[in-house]
Design a protein around this ligand. Structure first.
Ligand code: PGA
Length: 262
């Protein structure tokens, strides 16, 4: 049985979430095999596991993962319109029709390589929520911003120009992921104290915008070089409710260790 005795009261209101972000990796066969190991290994029924997979993998994975498992799929992006002349894009309603529950929006790689700014992300959020998707909304600062000690105000701007355009009611469909860019794929992790500082700051912003109930109920994930060996310490911080995991989610043993770190 999972023990809640050391978990602060307000943390109990939130779900523990381990989300894997496969990015542009794995063949369909490799992805199916990986997802099956993850689905079979999931021990704690209170923990939600999400796999953010390439679009091409969604249908094959849906057919292989038992609907009774606590493993849910996410797309890694969607367009801000539901249809039209946008070659190569996938719309929120297409994902909803496929019954994909989640979509990741605002990942730093898309902000950087696809020039997605806060205004566009506000449109994407609107479209995704209107289509009935839940959103894992990513934010986080680059190294120069952290060095200049502007990381909290940077994240505040990211949230206020995108996320805070939605209503308090809609926040139940949002998971926030804080991912310092300097820790993504670099092997360098934010210290538990650095993660906690930002997560507490984000929760305070949520409280100011939407009130205590929303702030207490919103899961905030940490992302950036989470591994089996550091997950426990990071997840035990009072305002960290899980992780968004890139590289380590491609290794079944590592990712299962992360799922079981709560
Ligand atoms: P990483 O990636 O775990 O490989 O650092 C995290 C992410 O980009 O979501």
């Amino acid at each position: 049985m999972h023990s809640y005795k050391n978990i602060p009261q307000n943390k109990m209101a939130r779900k523990n979430i381990a989300a894997g972000n496969w990015k542009m990796n794995t063949s369909i066969e490799e992805g199916v095999a990986l997802a099956q190991v993850v689905a079979n290994a999931q021990r704690d029924k209170e923990t939600v596991t999400i796999l953010a997979v390439p679009f091409t993998h969604i249908y094959p994975l849906q057919k292989k993962i038992k609907s009774s498992s606590k493993v849910f799929l996410a797309a890694q992006n969607c367009h801000h319109k539901n249809s039209g002349a946008y070659t190569g894009e996938i719309s929120p309603s297409m994902l909803a029709t496929m019954k994909v529950p989640y979509v990741v929006l605002g990942h730093s790689e898309r902000r950087e390589y696809n020039h997605e700014d806060n205004a566009l992300l506000a449109l994407k959020l609107r479209a995704a929520l209107d289509a009935g998707l839940k959103v894992i909304f990513c934010c986080g600062e680059a190294l120069e911003i952290r060095k200049a000690n502007s990381h909290i105000s940077h994240v505040k701007t990211q949230l206020s120009e995108s996320l805070f355009q939605i209503s308090a009611q809609e926040m139940k469909n949002i998971i926030v992921a804080y991912e310092p860019i300097w820790a993504i794929g670099t092997g360098e992790t934010a210290s538990p104290a650095q993660a906690q500082e930002m997560h507490a700051a984000i929760r305070a912003m949520l409280q100011k915008q939407y009130g205590k109930r929303v702030a207490d109920n919103t899961s905030i994930l940490y992302g950036g070089s989470v591994k089996g060996s550091n997950a426990k310490e990071i997840f035990s911080q009072p305002d960290v409710d899980g992780g968004l995991v890139g590289g380590a989610s491609l290794n079944a043993t590592e990712f299962v260790e992360i799922i079981n770190a709560f």
